[in-house]
Design a protein around this ligand. Structure first.
Ligand code: GLY
Length: 343
């Protein structure tokens, strides 16, 4: 499996892109409206649309089965959970779930949230020892009166719900952490593009309803206790079933302080296309937080209710997976500036 961080650090050559099945994206802003004319049987008030799934990063292995969930007639909520779970279970993915890189003390701490078409949400932060934080987040949404559980309380809740306690630190992740500790003498990691990212996913089901999910192990070697944007509703993820949804990846601190995903959705509500909204949110981060030479990365994906999508990032190297119209493809996102550290 391709290491996503290599996307940050190296330009994709055309041959590599072809090998991986990448398609050079025409401007997503020009994406055709995929809305169909006939209303759905199960919801006569909704306009039937082509089901669609969009996820941050190259995750065809997860968006494919998630689309199967939708084609079986299940909900967008089931689909985004299924998508996130596949990535959470992958030991080779070092920024999500099992196999994720630990904090500075060597503990893998996981953040996740989920948001359904009826505007409900569930989230867990600083969750340890559980392979599927996204499913715990869904349980928080469905089985409690709360939106977010954290740390030990989230773990106890997960165990009560029947989740198993497991060791999340793989030998590979442990080895990397030990190397980092030796080289950095335990100093906190710099919040740069090399050390983390996230999977965020949005889906539209056959009834035209949208849901989203976001899950991560967060910034590698983070200060113990740190929570990023991914489990924060409105930061790492936001879905409004009347408008559309958005997800963020990258340096969480930049996303949290601009409430990036909420901003993208609100801009779509005001009439921007998903692409225009993603670009405006990145611009907001740049205006507020960035100075010349910074190599901090944030990327957004967005999809509106018509199935139009957009994606944009601060630096080159961000990619996303779009499963729509029987095509499950990886696309390179457009970006604001070149990575100053890139060759
Ligand atoms: N975007 C993931 C994090 O900052 O934790």
């Amino acid at each position: 499996m391709l290491n996503r961080r290599s996307f940050f650090n190296h330009s994709l050559t055309a041959s590599l892109a072809a090998f991986l099945g990448f398609t050079q994206c025409e401007s997503p802003a020009q994406t055709e409206n995929t809305a169909a004319a006939t209303p759905s049987k199960s919801n006569p008030n909704s306009k039937a649309v082509t089901p669609a799934i969009i996820a941050t990063w190259p995750h065809k292995e997860a968006t494919g089965p998630a689309m199967d969930v939708i084609q079986e007639g299940r909900s967008a909520l089931d689909a985004v959970e299924a998508c996130a779970r596949i990535v959470e279970a992958d030991p080779m993915d070092q920024s999500v779930g099992y196999g994720g890189l630990p904090d500075a003390a060597g503990n893998v701490t996981l953040d996740a949230c989920i948001m359904s078409a009826d505007g409900k949400a569930g989230a867990v932060t600083y969750l340890q020892h559980i392979k599927h934080p996204i499913s715990v987040a869904r349980k928080v949404m469905e089985e409690t009166i709360h939106v977010m559980l954290s740390g030990e309380g989230a773990l106890q809740f997960a165990l009560e719900q029947g989740f198993e306690k497991e060791d999340m630190l793989t030998p590979k992740a442990k080895e990397k952490w030990e190397k980092w500790k030796a080289e950095n003498k335990g100093a906190p990691a710099k919040a740069n593009i090399d050390q983390h990212d996230t999977i965020g996913v949005l889906a539209i089901d056959k009834d035209g309803n949208m849901s989203g999910a976001c899950t991560t192990s967060g910034m590698a070697y983070k200060v113990p206790g740190r929570v990023g944007d991914s489990p924060i509703i409105g930061a790492g993820l936001y879905v409004d079933n009347e408008v559309g949804g958005a997800c963020a990846t990258g340096v969480g601190e930049l996303v949290m302080t601009t409430l990036g995903s909420f901003l993208v959705v609100e801009l779509m509500r005001q009439g921007k296309t998903p692409q225009e909204a993603c670009e405006a949110a990145v611009q907001r981060i740049a205006d507020r937080h960035l100075k010349e030479g910074d190599d901090l990365q944030v990327g957004f994906i967005a999809m509106n209710k018509k199935g139009e999508h957009g994606a944009y990032s601060i630096l080159n190297g961000f990619s996303y997976t779009l499963h729509q119209d029987d095509q499950n493809e990886i696309h390179e996102a457009t970006f604001m500036m070149m990575n100053p550290n890139q060759e």
